[in-house]
Design a protein around this ligand. Sequence first.
Ligand SMILES: C[S@@+](CC[C@H](N)C(=O)[O-])C[C@H]1O[C@@H](n2cnc3c(N)ncnc32)[C@H](O)[C@@H]1O
Ligand code: SF4
Ligand code: SF4
Length: 316
Amino acid sequence: MPFPPETINIDLTDRCNLSCIMCALKYLPKTESDMSYNDFCKIVDIFSDIGVSGFRFTGMGEPLINPHLPEMLKLCKSRGFQTEVWTNGTLGEVLQKIMGLLDTIVFSVDGATDKSYESIRTGSNFNETKKNISNFCHNNLQTRTYISYVITNININETYLMPILCKELGVKNLNLKSLRYMYPYVEINDHNKYIVSLETRQMLDISKLSFIAKENQIQLHFEQNSPLWRTCTAPWTQTNISHNGWVTPCCVMQDFNYIEFGNIFLTDFDDIWNSNKYREFRRKLLSRDPPDGCKKCGFCEDASSSPNKDLQRTGD
Ligand SMILES: C[S@@+](CC[C@H](N)C(=O)[O-])C[C@H]1O[C@@H](n2cnc3c(N)ncnc32)[C@H](O)[C@@H]1O
Ligand code: SF4
Ligand code: SF4
């Protein structure tokens, strides 16, 4: 296949054991089911030997809930694929089982204290999560380790503590993310309650943060301060597959009831990837009038307050 995606995002389940305050999962239609091992094997076969570099397991739920995850990762490794998992880090027994099978793991930890962490990640226990992460990282030195931290008005003051927490847990990278409309077409009032204004976010002292990170040997990553769609390459470089086979553009727009380009179990992926619908989506993303779902993708405030809001994409 000419120009295949580099990364395949797979939603292994739409179930989750937490109900985080900023996550849109609770508002979306759910089937409460997992991808079967058999279906996963079919997907791996489709993407073997065509130039895809790896699989990323994130999606609309907690990937570690799928009971077949260890076997799925083993299959990926046996075919030479890179593997990346995003997890809430609460399922310690599963983390033990996937040790040695991951190139990258991202733990989502949105607080440096039990009070803020547990109030954001509803249903979690901070000490348990810390124990799980520490155990994984200190015994898995070959895996790239990240903490992903979504900044809200509840935890912004704890941002400076995060590099210290990373060091304590053995995590090497800290990824700071702004709250965004995860499913941009869903009206989620919750988001508005937790938004940090642009002015407040700009008060984060980046040089102080960088200094603390350096002192603790933590690599700091920031998201770019502009709406995502203007620089987005997702529809050319990745594709997203739901637990029941629907292909969607990216891991932000992954609700197949809202948008899908076809089902990988019913249609040849080559035909999906090069379909008129997919191509039209890409064409619109390059224009001044991106697909509706993309317009609000990025920082929550940016739609109204970004100083760069009139910036246009090169080639537009
Ligand atoms: C939807 S979760 C799925 C994987 C797993 N359950 C987890 O929590 O890592 C993927 C990532 O999206 C992040 N996320 C959820 N809601 C968000 C929002 N409104 N804005 C930005 N990131 C968000 C989570 O913190 C997590 O890092
Ligand atoms: S962010 Fe992850 S852990 Fe939290 S509710 Fe959403 S899917 Fe579940
Ligand atoms: S929603 Fe649109 S702009 Fe955002 S990541 Fe997906 S394709 Fe890119």
